[in-house]
Design a binder for this molecule. Sequence first.
Ligand code: HEC
Ligand code: HEC
Length: 277
Amino acid sequence: MFTRTLITFAILALSATAQGPPAGAPAPAFRRPPAFPERPPADPVVVERGKALYGVHCAFCHGVDARGGSGGINLIRAAMVLNDKNGELIGQAVREGRSGMPKFDLNDAQVSDMAAFIHSFKVGGYDVSRMTPTTIVTGDAKLGAAYFEKTCSGCHSVSGAQKGSLQGIAARIADPKMLQQTWLMPGTGGRGGAASRVTPTTVTVTQGGKVYDGRLGRIDDFFVSLIEADGTQRSFTRDGDNPKVELHDPLAGHRKLLPAYSDDDIHNLTAYLVTVK
Ligand code: HEC
Ligand code: HEC
């Protein structure tokens, strides 16, 4: 803060006294100094090796592009990384662990390879030269909208309060990865799953002329259990069609669709849904 104020004063003082360039002279090339020292490019082979190690051990928490993933922090702007040269500081964190980060048993060469990979990102912004997507949102939202219309609009809309409306879904599930997991299979996706509202599967069991209805407990070929609306638990042994068992799985439509999506469909649809705020 203090140094920045000083610098601001210095710049103000300079611009107050500096004379403009004489008319007709080419404007001086002005290059903003980088906020952090730029590093010479590392050997691509080393970076590739580091990327592979990083992908296995670190990407899960720090994101594929080191800008922070689920639960981890943005490494590119961490002081420890900015001050690191060849892994000597990064290695310290890796070997000691941190709160929320386990220790890793990696040798010096592995750590310096990983450091080369982490340092290969530009500090200031998105590094286009690497063509690494910042998030998983790489699809085409327009194509996603068309796919939604064709495949999902029979059961869903993106506005309104009626049943099946996905209005606000991207605000409720802000992490695109969770959002993708949620639309692929509602009710799954770890922590994101909790944010997804899914009506539980119910079951109707007919035995000796009596009908039992409730939330499905457990089911296999020989057993079925259910919980009735008042909390009563009932279980039945199954022998073929006796008793008669009818499952009502609200997500049957989703299960059927799952094998039908192509990778492009998935990327496009996620790109579209992140806009449904
Ligand atoms: C399970 C999640 C997880 C994994 C896996 C993980 N980290 Fe971390 N890492 C974290 C968290 C959380 C922090 C922040 C810790 C803190 O604030 O004290 C962190 C912090 C760091 C820091 C900064 C430490 C500091 O003191 O500023 C570095 C460097 C780092 N991690 C590197 C790595 C590398 C390299 C790998 C792979 C070998 C890795 N991490 C794997 C969760 C993880
Ligand atoms: C056959 C009907 C049907 C189709 C087709 C269908 N869904 Fe669903 N979807 C459901 C039902 C039912 C639920 C669960 C809602 C509930 O239980 O109240 C659901 C849940 C969801 C959820 C979670 C909603 C929330 O609030 O957490 C998302 C997101 C979703 N669907 C997206 C999609 C997308 C995207 C498609 C198209 C690829 C699609 N669905 C196709 C019936 C369908």
